[in-house]
Design a protein around this ligand. Sequence first.
Ligand code: COI
Length: 358
Amino acid sequence: MEIEIRLAPEEKRMAPNFEKLLFGRVFTPHMFIMEYNCDQGWHSPRIVPFSNIEIHPAAIVLHYAQTIFEGLKAYYGVDGKIRLFRPWENVARLNRSAERLCIPTLNSEFVLKAIKTLVWLDKDWIPKQKGSALYIRPFVFGTEGSLGVKPSHEYLFIIILCPVSAYYEEGFNPIKIYVTERYVRAFPGGTGDVKAGGNYAASLKAQEEAKKAGYTQILWLDGLERKYVEEVGTMNIFFVFEDELITPALTGSILPGITRDSVLKLASILGLKAEERRISIDEVIEGIEKGKLKECFGTGTAAVISPVGKIFYREREYLINQGQTGEIAKRLFDYLTGLQYGEIEDPFKWTLILEESL
Ligand code: COI
């Protein structure tokens, strides 16, 4: 399929000054959009000026949350080249999420072409300073106007772009996380392992309570026993016990993060042992108390690698690594961002360099 391009007016295409970027508030002048219906399948792909969209008040997404999304970034490298990081993984996960929510899947190569074409068109909106990037948000949702609970027969697939800097106010400084036993994010057999919008809606209440108590994010425990660590609000979680890196195994209710997977693969290059296994909150607390838990950090596209300096659990606050960024988090951050910004060779072939001829 050819992508039709309708350009935004010249004055709207000028990139602003990127000094203070709040995550997800500034959008580039164009967006990609394409529709689905049962007769035509996915059709009419186009890039158009960024604008509001019209939606039926009974659209299935508005009532029953049939919506999925992805998040990836385009980086402006030290060599002036634009890189995407493992975009194939995001596209594959988008289709896994689609399957889980009875949304028609998309042609992976075509989705990648749409992302590349849009990013290239709005490439002047990629902030140039290291630590900033262009956040790419592809999403799909059911638009059929129908109040019956069933998969929609009509969909929109849209891609929007935001210049962003650090996700958290803390930047790369340690954040504080709050363990909830009251709420759960996901359950075996649920949608916790895909990027469904509803997962995030269901997390808001706990997230607000954590915020009120002065914490940046929630640390979720498993839904069955509320005993095993799963993930943090918008990221996966890693612990460093002595010299070993541990992250909760993907048991079906944890999002298989692409940064998580990258960190697991980078560990061996950096001479670290890494293990995926179940890890209980008791083991974490005991590790802190006995001085065995040296570091904790979260991983995610938006969050990159975010050190965790404090954990609140059962009325007590525990300090990790004196509340400071740990050596291992720093090394992983430097290596990962080194690849993303083209500072170091990419032995994994994880980066996709964009070029004029897409
Ligand atoms: C991402 O890291 O891309 C995410 O999906 C987190 C987002 C919910 C802010």
